[in-house]
Write a protein that binds this ligand. Structure first.
Ligand SMILES: NC(=O)c1ccc[n+]([C@@H]2O[C@H](COP(=O)([O-])OP(=O)(O)OC[C@H]3O[C@@H](n4cnc5c(N)ncnc54)[C@H](O)[C@@H]3O)[C@@H](O)[C@H]2O)c1
Ligand SMILES: N[C@@H](CCO)C(=O)O
Length: 350
């Protein structure tokens, strides 16, 4: 059975969780997956670079804490050399999980471009490159006979993009609305329970839900990227960031949150898009006071949900984790499964 060599670009919460999964379950090929995974390179701003084409023991890499670096290992260095690792390591799959940059997508967009141009598959949880350069990268992947996969960019490991492209194929999807950010939903819930916004955000950071800069979670720009990704993938749009109107929850006061709860409902940060009859798409992010019987009102904590409006099935709603280290690492695994499925379909041997 196949073993894929993978390079981990960024070794924070999500890629560390993937390394844990590989160590615990997936280093050897299993019947369930039909392949195994071998880490051949890791880079991180704080830890440097470690490349070993014979394989890196995940346990050893995971034991290197913040403040340390990879310099002591053969093939290790305190310097971050993403370009060399991406272009020259023996990785079949580059897993990009560095910080999301909602404005330029960089440096992650360059990481993705280098990998695809070098004929390597890419799996990423990073919303920046997907929202800003999705069509370009899908084309680049096609041109080089590889896959560009990004399930974890929306709803972490809960199937949303693959749900639509695989299970809802052939339906006409006219719009969607959802709770697309775990941190803000968690924060709204904690505020309803009496915590201050600042304390609730600190808790979300400790739990690994929040972005490196949590203003993206509270201000709505994280949801806007997800709305853009969904609108372009699911509704066939070509939205740019400027096409999504955005209002976050950063200015909501605790009293407004408590009042909505006292009235039997809840305030939720809703990302939505609708395709109009003329083909144009309206897309927005805004806090909405939902009545208690609304399907999204009961979604709690870092759980997310999306309701897809379809022609043949009516509304199809999926809910599940929208953030979290292991939950998001599972999305990377789902991407690698899709890469393996595509290889088999193309006639690759098992
Ligand atoms: N944590 C979640 O729940 C979640 C869910 C879905 C998507 N995401 C996305 O996944 C990505 C990773 O999330 P995370 O929680 O692991 O973040 P994190 O902040 O824990 O880790 C990011 C790591 O990337 C490293 N890094 C940053 N720039 C780098 C560069 N140029 N070269 C090498 N390393 C670099 C940082 O040092 C850090 O260790 C982010 O883009 C995030 O938006 C996260
Ligand atoms: N910070 C994001 C991570 C998932 O994209 C959230 O809280 O939903």
């Amino acid at each position: 059975m196949q073993t894929y060599n993978i390079a981990l670009i960024g070794f924070g919460g999500v890629n560390r969780a993937l390394a844990e999964l590989i160590q615990e379950r997936f280093s050897e090929p299993t019947e369930a997956l039909g392949f195994g995974l071998r880490i051949v390179a890791i880079t991180d701003l704080q830890l440097g670079t470690w490349q070993n084409d014979d394989g890196i023991d995940p346990a050893v890499a995971l034991a290197v804490e913040r403040g340390g670096n990879f310099a002591a290992f053969p093939g290790g260095s305190a310097d971050v050399d993403n370009e060399r690792v991406i272009k020259e390591s023996s990785a079949d799959i580059v897993v990009e999980a560095t910080f999301t940059n909602p404005t330029t997508g960089e440096p992650a967009a360059s990481h993705v471009r280098w990998a695809l141009e070098a004929g390597k598959h890419v799996s990423t949880t990073n919303k920046g490159p997907v929202a800003l350069f999705g069509p370009e990268f899908r084309q680049l992947a096609d041109d080089h006979g590889v896959r560009f996969e990004y399930e974890g960019s929306v709803l972490s490991g809960t199937p949303s993009l693959k749900l639509v492209t695989q299970s809802l194929r052939g339906l006409n999807i006219t719009g969607f609305e959802g709770i697309l950010n775990g941190t803000s939903n968690f924060v709204l819930g904690q505020m309803a329970a009496g915590l201050s916004m600042a304390d609730a955000v600190r808790e979300a950071q400790e739990l690994g839900y929040a972005e490196a800069d949590p203003t993206a979670d509270l201000g709505g720009s994280d949801v806007a990227l997800k709305v853009q990704i969904l609108a372009n993938d699911v509704l066939g749009g070509s939205l740019t960031p400027a096409d999504v109107s955005v209002q976050g929850i950063q200015d909501l006061d605790a009293a407004a949150v408590s009042e909505a709860v006292a009235a039997g409902g809840a305030i939720k940060l809703i990302g939505a898009a609708t395709r109009n009859a003329d083909g144009s798409i309206d897309a927005s992010v805004r806090p909405v006071a939902l009545a208690g019987d609304h399907a999204l009102a009961s979604i709690q904590g870092a759980t997310n949900a999306i309701a897809f409006h379809t022609d043949l099935l009516g509304t199809v709603t999926i809910s599940g984790p929208g953030a979290g280290r292991i939950e998001t690492a599972y999305a990377l695994l789902a991407d690698i499964i899709a890469i393996d499925d595509a290889r088999r379909l193309a006639g690759g041997t098992s």
